[in-house]
Design a protein around this ligand. Structure first.
Ligand code: SAH
Length: 365
């Protein structure tokens, strides 16, 4: 297969500057300004590479709209509230959320919508999806560009698309995993020659004690700190993603091409790359800012607590037999356990102003 333009570009960068950390590779693959995966395409749906919860069922976005409405009430019904979505894909979730929120016009009249998106292609898709919405909507490249004030922030399958570093434990410490070139000029994984100084100082004991050869993946905290800062006073953020509740070793970087797994080093810019979210690390970062952290709970439990079943029944009453089958299948997929379902693999965590009590769906058992 011929090299993708991004493969040529990355090869050139490696030739000039030497092997490249996995995080830089992932970042270039997903968001390179010209050839990045998200920048050049709309990857969602049956004809694309993968399907996300809002694309599976309208109920997902609707329940999040009702969640936002309840949180606005808990915040004391501020007269202006920023409803922020990070990485909104096609804009489907926001459209469904705003439709459901029509039950409380007072809430909608307080809302300004802020879409945080790096991809001009997806921004265009979002503008199209939201073209009928009669509320102020603006687009931003970064959450820091959203004006300050009371904020409700939603992020579904956003963090998993942010770059991860991989480090490998060796006798003398943790070494960054890097991508270099083999004798044919193809990409090959390797290890940086020197251990990262003091790397394990802040790691959970379980990771420190991992055997030689173990791989640990970590993300730069900046993204979650930026989100946390926006909501620590008069706000709440809901992070929904696939991942693990406790930090752990193991490789989770995965490439997906048309609904099948692929080699992360093949076809950069053409395949999707994601990695599990480490909710323990996210929670610790948010708490370090003074924010309170609720959950994570499983997606199945969260959606059921928000009334998934009642909403599905309401839709079923009006559905044709084919629609009814699709609704039942969607609900099953959103809540099923095991590797193919999203119910247990996906977790939901809230980060919020410590003055708030338990948020909807987050009550402890
Ligand atoms: N939330 C959507 C899409 C998830 S895919 C859904 O559930 O369907 C990841 C999204 O994050 C895409 O919209 C992608 O363009 C965006 N994205 C990826 N990296 C980003 C970054 N660094 N900043 C902002 N958005 C980003």
């Amino acid at each position: 297969m011929s090299d993708t333009p991004l493969k040529k570009e990355i090869r050139r960068l490696i030739e000039v500057a030497g092997p490249m950390p996995v995080a830089r590779y992932m970042s270039l693959c997903l968001t390179h300004s010209q050839y990045g995966y998200y920048v050049t395409r709309d990857p969602f749906g049956a004809g694309g590479d993968f399907t996300t919860a809002p694309e599976i069922s309208q109920i997902f976005g609707e329940l999040l709209g009702l969640w936002a409405l309840s949180v606005w009430r808990m915040l004391g019904e501020p007269e202006s509230i920023r409803l922020v979505e990070m990485g909104p894909g096609r804009g489907t979730m926001m459209r469904d959320a705003l439709r459901a929120a029509k039950v409380l016009p007072k809430f909608l009249s307080a809302v300004s919508v802020h879409m945080v998106e790096v991809s001009p292609t997806l921004e265009k898709a979002q503008r199209h999806t939201l073209s009928d919405v009669e509320l102020p909507i603006s687009w931003h490249r970064h959450v820091l560009d959203v004006p300050e004030g009371p904020t409700i922030l939603l992020a579904n399958e956003y963090i998993d698309a942010l770059p991860i570093h991989q480090v490998v434990k060796q006798a003398d410490g943790w070494h960054e995993r890097v991508i270099g070139l083999d004798s044919d000029g193809d990409f090959a994984m390797g290890l940086a020659a020197d251990a990262l100084p003091q790397f394990d100082r802040f790691l959970p004991q379980k990771i420190k004690d991992a055997p030689t050869g173990a791989i640990f993946e970590w993300r730069n905290d900046l993204h979650i700190l930026d989100i946390g800062r926006r909501v620590v006073k008069n706000g709440a953020a809901l992070i929904i993603d696939y991942g693990h509740t406790q930090s752990d070793v193991g490789e989770t970087l995965q490439a997906v091409d048309r609904h099948s797994f692929a080699d992360p080093l093949s076809s950069p810019g053409v395949i999707d790359l994601t990695a599990h979210v480490d909710f323990q690390i996210l929670g610790q970062a948010a708490e370090s800012l003074g924010a309170s952290v609720q959950g994570p709970v499983t997606q199945a439990r969260f959606l059921k607590e928000l009334g998934l079943e009642a909403r599905a029944e309401a839709l079923l009453r009006k559905a044709t037999p084919e629609q009814a089958e699709a609704i039942t299948e969607a609900v099953e997929r959103l809540t099923a356990s095991g590797r193919t379902g999203m119910g247990e693999l996906f977790k939901v965590m809230a980060i919020c102003d410590p003055k708030l009590g338990p948020l909807p769906g987050m009550e402890s058992e």
